[in-house]
Ligand binder design. Structure first.
Ligand code: SAM
Length: 358
C-alpha cells in the first residue's frame, strides 16, 4: 500500500485503500439497533404519521431483522405485512416475536433473500418500509435492494419509508484523538521518537472511524453531499456521486479531517422539491437525524482523518471534492475519494491528498 503523495500537488496521488468492514448480522447487531431509542421512536412516529396510507394496505418490510417495523405497521392497521430477511436465524426469531405479539394473522415472514420471492403477479405492495441506512448513509448497500424491490413491487401511488435521505459533511478538529494516535511519539518515556510521526500519520487514520464528534468540534457549517429521493433514485446514480465544496471556517482551528452523517426523512412525498419544502417544517415531518448536534444514535458519525492536520484561519476556505463510489466488484465496500486544498493567508499552501476506503 502506497502512502498519499503530499509533496507535489500536480503529481498523480497514490492512495491508501482500506475498507468499511461489515459483519454478517449477529445478535449484537440487532441489540445495538433495538437499543437505539431515537431510531425506534422516529420509525414509530413516521409509521403513525402515515397510518392513513398503511391502514388496510399491503406492506413489505425489506430486511426486517427483529421485525420491529413489521409489528409497528401491523399495529397501524396494515392488512398484510411481508417481513423478509436473508438472515435465516433472525427470520426464525421473528416468527416467534410476531406470534408473541399476536400478529401472525397479519405478518408473513419470509426467510431468505427478497430477490427469491415474487409477489408482483398477485398484488404488489402499497408500502415499502426498510431500515437501509448504513455508515455515510450508503454503507451496507441496502438502498440498492430497496430500489430493486420498489421497481418490482411498489404500486404507482405507493409509500416508501424513509422517503429520502441526505448525507452531510463538515471539517472537524479533534486534537485529543490526534494526540493519542500521533503526537505522543514526541516523548515516549523521555525519549524523542518524533521520527515515528510521519509514519504514524500515514497509517493511523486509514480506516474511516465510527465515533461521536460533538458539534463544537466542527469548524464550518455542514455541506450537503447528496439528497437521495427513494422514489426516483436509480442504481447508476448510486454507484458514484461527487460534490465540490468550499467550506468557510467559522473560527480558527486545526482541521483533523471530515465528519460525515445523514438524515433519513419520512415525508412520504414523491417530488424532491416538495420533500425539501416539507423538510423546512422539521417539526411536522419525522426525521431521523444522526448529526453531531443531536442526541447520539448507534450510527454516530463517520470520521475520515487527514494524514496530516491543516490549520485553517477564521473566514478562510477549505476547498475540495468528495467522490463516493460503490465498486461493482467489491459489493461490500465503498471507495471514498477526498481531495482538499487550503489557503493560509497570502501563502498558498496547496495540499492534495486523496483518501480511499475500500
Ligand atoms: C439494518 S438491518 C434491519 C434491522 C431491523 N429493522 C431491526 O430493527 O431489527 C438490515 C437487514 O437486512 C437484511 N438483508 C440484507 N440483505 C437482504 C436481502 N437481500 N433480502 C432480505 N434481507 C436482507 C439483513 O440480514 C439485516 O437483518
Amino acid at each position: 500500500m502506497e502512502p498519499p503523495n503530499q509533496q507535489d500537488p500536480n503529481a498523480e496521488p497514490q492512495v491508501p485503500r482500506q475498507c468499511f468492514r461489515r459483519r454478517y448480522p449477529e445478535a449484537d447487531y440487532y441489540e445495538e439497533k433495538n437499543k437505539d431509542k431515537l431510531r425506534n421512536d422516529t420509525y414509530k412516529k413516521a409509521i403513525d404519521c402515515h397510518a392513513d396510507k398503511i391502514k388496510d394496505k399491503v406492506v413489505l418490510d425489506l430486511g426486517c431483522g427483529t421485525g420491529i417495523l413489521s409489528i409497528l405497521c401491523a399495529k397501524a392497521g396494515a392488512s398484510k405485512v411481508y417481513a423478509v430477511d436473508v438472515g435465516t436465524d433472525i427470520a426464525g426469531q421473528v416468527e416467534h416475536i410476531v406470534e408473541a405479539n399476536n400478529k401472525s394473522h397479519v405478518i408473513v415472514v419470509w426467510r431468505g433473500s427478497f430477490e427469491d420471492f415474487d409477489i408482483a403477479e398477485r398484488e404488489g405492495v402499497d408500502v415499502i418500509v426498510s431500515e437501509w441506512m448504513g455508515q455515510m448513509l450508503l454503507g451496507e448497500e441496502m438502498l440498492l435492494k430497496v430500489i430493486t424491490a420498489r421497481d418490482r413491487w411498489l404500486k404507482p401511488e405507493g409509500l416508501i419509508l424513509p422517503s429520502s435521505g441526505t448525507l452531510f459533511m463538515a471539517p472537524f478538529t479533534n486534537s485529543n484523538q490526534y494526540r493519542e494516535k500521533v503526537a505522543f511519539w514526541q516523548n515516549v518515556a523521555g525519549i524523542d521518537m518524533s521520527a515515528m510521526i510521519p509514519f504514524t500519520e500515514q497509517n493511523a487514520f486509514h480506516l474511516p472511524n465510527v465515533d461521536r464528534i460533538r458539534n463544537g468540534y466542527l469548524l464550518a457549517n455542514p455541506a450537503e453531499v447528496k439528497h437521495i429521493n427513494c422514489y426516483s433514485i436509480t442504481t447508476p446514480e448510486l454507484i458514484s456521486m461527487s460534490i465540490s465544496f468550499p467550506m468557510t471556517a467559522l473560527r480558527r482551528g486545526v482541521v483533523h479531517g471530515f465528519a460525515f452523517w445523514f438524515d433519513a426523512e419520512f415525508t412520504g412525498l414523491r417530488d424532491e422539491e416538495e420533500q425539501r419544502s416539507a423538510l423546512d417544517l422539521m417539526d411536522e415531518v419525522p426525521v431521523l437525524c444522526t448529526g453531531p448536534s443531536l442526541p447520539s444514535t448507534h450510527w454516530e458519525q463517520t470520521l475520515i482523518y487527514f494524514p496530516a492536520p491543516v490549520t485553517l484561519e477564521k473566514g478562510k476556505s477549505l476547498t475540495g471534492s468528495v467522490t463516493l463510489t460503490q465498486p461493482a466488484q467489491h459489493k461490500w465496500h465503498m471507495d471514498i475519494q477526498l481531495v482538499y486544498r487550503s489557503n493560509r493567508g497570502n501563502l498558498v499552501s496547496d495540499k492534495r491528498v486523496e483518501l480511499f476506503s475500500r
